[in-house]
Design a protein around this ligand. Sequence first.
Ligand code: HEM
Length: 158
Amino acid sequence: MNDVVAARALHVLAVVIWIGGVSMATTVALPAVRRGDLGPDRLQAFQAIERRFAWQARTAVIVVGLTGFYMTWRLDLWDRFRTATFWWMHAMVCVWLLFAFVLFVAEPLILHRHFPRWATKRPEVAFAWLHRAHWVLLGLGLVTILGAVAGSQGWSIF
Ligand code: HEM
């Protein structure tokens, strides 16, 4: 079972890097960008941070997915997806799918194309929207972590 222990350790490490980064972006970087603390060009300040973190987040999402499905297959946990008691298993997959879509599809195809124009025309509204979207993603990530750690120890609200 050493392989499952290694997979779990890698899974949690990648979750820490990924959701920790989202937390930093939401609670520290974006408020500073919005207030102009990182310079008057808010778009440039945001992109300088986002460009560097996006690759860390994408790598972490891949590692979390591979290790997560590996554990599910190795421990034969597929039945968990049939019951609400294991809502946190569904939550993990949903959060993973959501972030995979955001990082691999929405960000390169939509955000990079349209956000700069929007942020130049109406910076207050554009950055407020971006900040709100980060709060939603962070909230979902944190609830999932709480549910998964408690749930894998046998604790569930259902
Ligand atoms: C494809 C997506 C994912 C799959 C298939 C998956 C699968 C798993 C499995 C099988 C476990 C072990 C459960 C157990 O021991 O009973 C686990 C643990 C865990 N997962 Fe995921 N996971 C996924 C995504 C995520 C995401 C997106 C997060 C966080 C936002 C996350 C956070 C955790 C945490 C915190 C644990 C508990 C580790 C522990 O306390 O030992 N997982 N995951």
